[in-house]
Design a protein. Structure first.
Length: 445
């Protein structure tokens, strides 16, 4: 047990600590787990909690949720840090949990950063988890599949916690300004889009959002009547960013991603990198940008450069692994590459054309020849009758009809002459030419 300092109560707690939710009703985020009827909420409300792992980025409420569970289920709660504790500390905690069990009280042991424990330390929990001496709740920012022993992981349910959305963070910040435990007793004036910026800057991290709000309020301009005014300049100084604040309707958000997309489409790497920097330095989620870059790779480049998509996906993975600010260089590499790549929207146009037919002719039957006759009845109904296995032919081609009768002759994919796609265009023309003639009249390629 920690010894209390004589002056501890005189030191104000950080805003994030003062506003830490104590109930599920106060908890912000994770609606996919804690919304009405969702699995984790049902387990908590029915008091059927078992050992579990919370996996998610920093500041999404892993520790808070563990404490809420302990309070809701009337269990003893032991907060345990994997950074400062070893096997000796684990054994001490387990002895305390055993004593609680003999007294009829369950014990929840919360282990923050459980991935930092080595195999021996993780194994020390196993017998106590197995016999029910403790309910283990581990928190980790790393993939449990790689960082937690399989024996321990198999005895825990993994719940994936997600970054808070910008709207969730904005609501949390607004509550902090009104809550008596926050700044509810002060008259604070600021433009609404400042909350938008702080929410964007926090990048899904509630603790970061509240800490930033606390900093900008404490550095606000206090007048003689006690009113605190928070200016944009103060926010920029506190966040070390000269950023364009997105307007509350989000128009600038869409303007900037549009500018990035169209600059890459226009093969202008300088403009593309500029708009990329504008978004990232304004607090945009790098994973959002990376997802748009992946879309661009297929929509505007496609088979003109088949390496565009792997490049974009690799950039997304790098952003996921590293986060800001390290991932800026990876996104820049992808954006420059895609800007310079040959352009083709043939893949995009192919799907849009096929989609139009698919939506208007949803009931078109699959030709019998390419149906899979897996049962005797299906074979009796001519499923798969006349099917030709392309690999058995010299040219690896057949004359089989694969489109429905009503769509026979439709051509969705129309390749361009750009980049590598010119080779696919030539190949497609050869295939079509072969299908026009009898096999005996075509000598191959």
């Amino acid at each position: 047990m920690q010894q209390m300092s004589l002056f501890e109560n005189q030191v104000p707690e950080p805003l994030a600590a003062r506003l830490r939710p104590g109930t599920l009703e106060e908890y912000v985020g994770q609606s996919h787990l804690l919304g009405p009827g969702k699995v984790l909420r049902r387990l908590i409300e029915s008091d059927q909690i078992s050992s579990m792992i919370f996996w998610g980025p920093p500041g999404v409420g892993k520790t808070t949720l563990a404490r809420i569970i302990a309070n809701r289920t009337h269990s003893a709660f032991i907060d345990f840090s994997a950074v400062t504790s070893g096997i000796k500390e684990i054994r001490t905690v387990m002895q305390q949990a055993e004593q609680n069990r003999f007294c009829g009280e369950r014990t929840i042991v919360f282990v923050d950063e459980i991935h930092r424990f080595n195999k021996a330390q993780q194994d020390a929990f196993l017998p106590f988890v197995e016999k029910g001496s403790i309910i283990l709740i581990g928190a980790t920012t790393e993939n449990p599949s790689f960082e937690i022993n399989s024996a321990l992981l198999s005895r825990c349910k993994v719940f994936v916690l997600q970054s808070l959305t910008r709207e969730e963070l904005k609501g949390l910040l607004a509550r902090a300004l009104k809550d008596p435990k926050g700044f509810g007793g002060q008259d604070i004036r600021m433009e609404e889009d400042i909350l938008d910026f702080i929410a964007a800057f926090a990048n899904g991290d509630a603790r970061s959002a509240l800490s930033t709000l606390e900093m900008v309020v404490l550095n606000g301009e206090l007048d003689s009547s006690g009113i605190v005014t928070v200016t944009r300049e103060a926010v920029e100084q506190c966040t070390s960013k000269k950023s364009l604040l997105y307007d509350k309707k989000g128009e600038e958000h869409y303007n900037l991603i549009s500018a990035l997309h169209k600059s890459m489409r226009n093969s202008d790497p300088d403009a593309a990198v500029y708009w990329l920097a504008r978004m990232l330095e304004a607090g945009e989620d790098p994973l959002y940008v990376a997802r748009r870059v992946i879309r661009f790779a297929s929509e505007d480049i496609g088979l003109a450069d088949p390496q565009a998509l792997p490049m974009a996906v690799a950039a997304y993975q790098a952003c996921h692994f590293l986060g800001m600010p390290e991932c800026t260089v990876h996104l820049t590499e992808a954006v420059v590459y895609l800007s310079l790549a040959p352009k083709s929207n043939a893949i995009y146009r192919a799907y849009e054309a096929a989609k139009e037919d698919a939506v208007s002719q949803l009931a078109e039957p699959v030709p019998l020849v390419i149906r899979n006759g897996v049962t005797g009845l299906m074979r009796d109904l001519n499923y798969g009758k006349g099917y030709q296995y392309a690999h058995d032919t010299k040219e690896k081609l057949t004359h089989m009809q694969c489109l429905p009768d009503s769509l026979l002759g439709r051509e969705y994919y129309q390749p361009t002459d750009q980049g590598r796609e010119s080779q696919y265009k030539e190949r497609l023309e050869q295939i079509k030419e072969w299908k026009i003639y009898d096999k005996s009249g075509f000598s191959g390629y």
